[in-house]
Design a protein around this ligand. Structure first.
Ligand SMILES: Nc1ncnc2c1ncn2[C@@H]1O[C@H](COP(=O)(O)OP(=O)(O)O)[C@@H](O)[C@H]1O
Ligand SMILES: O=P(O)(O)OC[C@H]1O[C@](O)(COP(=O)(O)O)[C@@H](O)[C@@H]1O
Ligand SMILES: [Mg+2]
Length: 327
């Protein structure tokens, strides 16, 4: 693979996700394999603006494959949203001799990378790393599998106590605009109902489901609510149910950031490994302004506009299965 690129800068940005370290390792080792230099940019776009860059090589990414978080750290950078901030970042990239970028992050990170590419033409590829699984162009994003497994483990534990006290629990899982974690942890955790932003379940429908459960002698109920719910968060829904009837003994658990931490599952490690190598090979083949993805077990590259014009939809079959099994 011959190409003008010789120094690749890699960074992690936005919400950290388990498996980001495995992706960093894969990028760096693929660079070594193809005889390219790799540099790590610390704290995402913040480090790019401040010139916070470290040397990486095959050995320096040893023993990180199995660790949660990101050794390059992450940030949500306000300054990068401004043209002045991006110009500072470009000047630092030039100073470091970086001639291509690999960003590991979510939709926001890819949007920033696209702007940067349009303004300065630096060849760049995004690796989807976010627990939300909210990017089209890949079946799964890095971190989603681990986060969902963590949510399922938490739901199982809540089920034990819910059943012991005949209680109704509202369990809030992460997903800013996405119901992926909610729908699949709901199916795997046996939820009585799942509330996601993509589907217009009304409060009355939820109420009916809970009442039906009561009539058929359901002793406890678990309702999984995605953070981005359009009919209120877990606390608001619990309040509404309390206002309508004192029949239910209600508790609320917000799982929050514990879903972001922990060792990545085998699935996320393998996905990250494929995508990391795929990103380097994509750059060396001359691809740019694309996101690397894995669809039907094959590496694919999709342009920014193709990805961002689509929503990563939850398949109708998952919604149907969740409903049938919640009887
Ligand atoms: N429209 C934008 N223009 C420039 N930079 C952006 C834009 N949107 C996001 N970014 C940059 O990408 C970073 C990460 O995006 P964010 O939405 O926080 O997380 P994620 O990448 O996980 O979705 C932001 O903090 C910001 O620096
Ligand atoms: O950690 P923060 O900054 O509070 O952000 C929380 C958000 O980050 C996420 O965990 C991941 O979202 P991103 O991938 O867009 O960063 C969301 O599910 C959640 O809404
Ligand atoms: Mg995002």
């Amino acid at each position: 693979m011959e190409n003008k690129i010789s120094k690749i800068g890699v960074f992690t940005s936005g919400g950290d996700a388990p498996g980001m370290n495995a992706a960093i390792r894969a990028v760096v080792r693929a660079c070594t394999y193809y005889d390219k230099t790799s540099l790590g940019i610390m704290r995402g776009y913040e480090g790019m603006i401040e010139g916070d860059v470290i040397k990486l090589d095959a050995r320096s990414v040893g023993n990180i494959l199995q660790r949660g978080g990101t050794v390059l750290k992450s940030a949500r950078s306000k300054e990068f949203r401004t043209p002045e901030g991006r110009k500072k970042a470009y000047d630092n990239i030039k100073k470091q001799g970086i001639d291509a970028l690999i960003a590991i992050g979510g939709d926001g990170t890819f949007t920033g990378l696209h702007k940067f590419y349009e303004e300065f033409g630096v060849p760049s590829i995004c690796i989807p790393g976010t627990i939300d699984n909210d990017l089209a162009g890949t079946d799964y994003t890095i971190g989603y599998d681990t986060a969902t497994n963590t949510a399922v483990e938490a739901i199982d534990r809540i089920r034990d106590t819910a059943l012991s006290h005949n209680r109704l629990f509202f369990i809030e899982v992460m997903g800013r605009h996405s119901g992926y974690i909610a729908i699949n942890s709901g199916i795997a955790g046996g939820a009585a109902a799942v509330i996601i932003p993509e589907e217009a379940t009304s409060f009355d429908e939820l109420w009916e489901l809970l009442e039906e459960g009561g009539k058929t002698n359901k002793k406890s109920n678990l309702v999984v609510v995605a953070e981005g719910s359009k009919i209120g968060d877990a606390h608001a829904l619990a309040r509404q149910v309390k206002e309508r009837s004192s029949y239910f003994d209600i508790k609320v658990t917000v799982l929050g950031h514990l879903q972001r931490g922990g060792a990545p599952t085998y699935f996320d490690r393998v996905l990250a490994s494929h995508m990391g190598v795929g990103a380097v090979e994509g750059l060396l083949q001359g691809k740019s302004d694309v996101m690397v993805g894995v669809r039907d077990r094959k590496i694919v590259y999709n342009k920014f506009d193709d990805i961002m014009s689509k929503i990563h939809e939850i398949d109708a079959e998952s919604l149907r299965i969740a409903k049938i099994l919640s009887i």
